[in-house]
Design a binder for this molecule. Sequence first.
Ligand code: NAP
Length: 279
Amino acid sequence: MKKLFAVLGDPIGHSMSPVMLNDLFSFYHIDAHYLPFQVKAEVLGEAVRGLKALGVGGFNVTIPHKSNIIPYLDGIDELAANIGAVNTVVNENGKLIGYNTDGPGFLKGLKTYVDTLSGQRVLIIGAGGAARAIYFTIAQEKPRAVDIANRTVDRASSLIDDCPYTASSRACSLDMAGKSLKEYDLIIQTTMIGMSPKMDEQPLELTNLRNQSMVCDIIYNPLETQFLHEAIQKGARIQNGIDMFVYQGALAFEKWTGIFPDVERMKEIVLKQLGGKLC
Ligand code: NAP
């Protein structure tokens, strides 16, 4: 019998996960179907109970339910519990167990560009949900420092205070971070500045960027944000958000099926949806 997989969010129409995951199930000859469900916050618990009753194989969770889903699950793993957000749920013998593959997905994608984070000085721009998943994951990689710059500096300070993993970190304003950019080997942009309707904006100027630095922007639509555009002009190496998106999906697929899928195939599918090319 066909196995059901799903993604729950609100809105959900824009999600590229169904095309990407259905292609993988078909490619690996797994008799399954992955469906998007638009679920309002007030019926999230009922939706989870319904999926469990139907014997769902697993599902993804996206905005705005990544934290609110936790009370409806039977358990969550340590990283997801520390981050306080779940993006992947696995039906393990009738129990729904939550995981977070956003941070590990970002790290796995980054490691296709950078051998190690050990000894590196890292700047994360933004202190929202995505920054939290990335920070808690990267903090375990023994970087020399991971600083966090945010419009609301108190939010960056709270993120640092909440992190259960040991890392040398400072919170600062976007302005301060811009002035000290030379210090960093790796800069990770996690705010929504650069996406529509702020496509012509960037969270800080890159005037002080070192030309050998690595600059990541986790936005993937557009593929090249204004921030990455300026980083290229300054001679930096860059990575857009496609890798994080594809690798978080690949890790979810692996948890459901035991197969780590062909990520190049996944990237091609996503880029086709976005009308871009694999570079
Ligand atoms: P979030 O929790 O709402 O956090 C938003 C962040 O953006 C906060 O740090 C916020 O600063 C900052 N921000 C918002 N408006 C700003 C402005 N006008 N000026 C300066 N900073 C501003 O959102 P999120 O879930 O972390 O998502 C952030 C981005 O990551 C989105 O673009 C999302 O599409 C992308 N993302 C990509 C992937 C992927 O797979 N590639 C996965 C997850 C998310 P304050 O704290 O001051 O409000």
